[in-house]
Design a protein around this ligand. Structure first.
Ligand code: SAM
Length: 195
């Protein structure tokens, strides 16, 4: 059996792999220590230098960790496909070139593991980032979220994400969540597919 965290990670990667193609453009909206950035890069980078990961985090410390992890785990050529931005993800549309066709926007909410637990995603900016993601996503694309509910504000953030997803029109979007019924504090996964 996989560990509990690894089970969720395994599921998320399966879903990403189902949606992504080599050469795709994706956004990691919460780079943190860079594990998701690397996982997405491996899925979209192709031999001829196509594919791109736009990585965003509000903390420069997180982007430094992401850059170091990239140095350790991918080739220089692959690393050149990653662009990192030290901004709030609610401003993602300001840094991406106009009309960029994004296949995946991934959020892993909460605070930086091993970092300052006071710097944390908030309902207000998460909602703004979801609205921005919605506009940039291509048909067949995905917004994926890992939402932590064990810290103050976490449940409220989940409610905000759920309200956003529930309000999307059924003809254009498929919205679902994965929740561990026997582990109430486990992170909740939300997948928002654009048809
Ligand atoms: N996906 C990461 C990984 O694989 O290591 C973990 C992400 S961590 C749980 C959450 C990250 O969100 C933290 O690094 C934090 O700095 C960042 N963050 C918090 N508020 C943010 C915001 N408004 N915009 C962008 N990033 C934010």
């Amino acid at each position: 059996f996989l560990g509990r965290r690894k089970q969720q990670k395994w599921l998320i990667c399966r879903v990403w792999r189902h949606v992504l193609h080599k050469g795709d453009i994706v956004i990691d909206a919460t780079c943190g220590n860079g594990y998701d950035t690397v996982a997405m890069l491996k899925m979209v980078a192709d031999e001829s230098g196509h594919g791109r990961v736009y990585g965003i985090d509000i903390q420069t410390e997180a982007l430094e960790n992401t850059s170091s992890l990239l140095d350790e785990t991918v080739t220089q050529k692959e690393k050149e496909l990653v662009k990192l931005f030290p901004i709030c993800h609610s401003r993602m549309d300001e840094v991406l070139p106009e009309n960029t066709a994004v296949r995946l926007v991934a959020f892993n909410l909460g605070y930086l593991p091993g970092g300052d637990q006071g710097i944390i995603t908030t309902s207000k900016t998460t909602l703004l980032a979801l609205e921005a993601s919605k506009k940039m996503l291509i048909l067949g694309g995905l917004i994926s979220l890992v939402v932590y509910v064990g810290h103050p504000g976490g449940r409220e953030e989940l409610e905000t994400v759920e309200a956003f997803a529930s309000g999307l029109c059924v003809d254009g979007w498929i919205c679902c969540k994965f929740q561990m019924l026997n582990r109430p504090l486990a992170p909740v996964l939300v997948f928002i597919f654009k048809r």
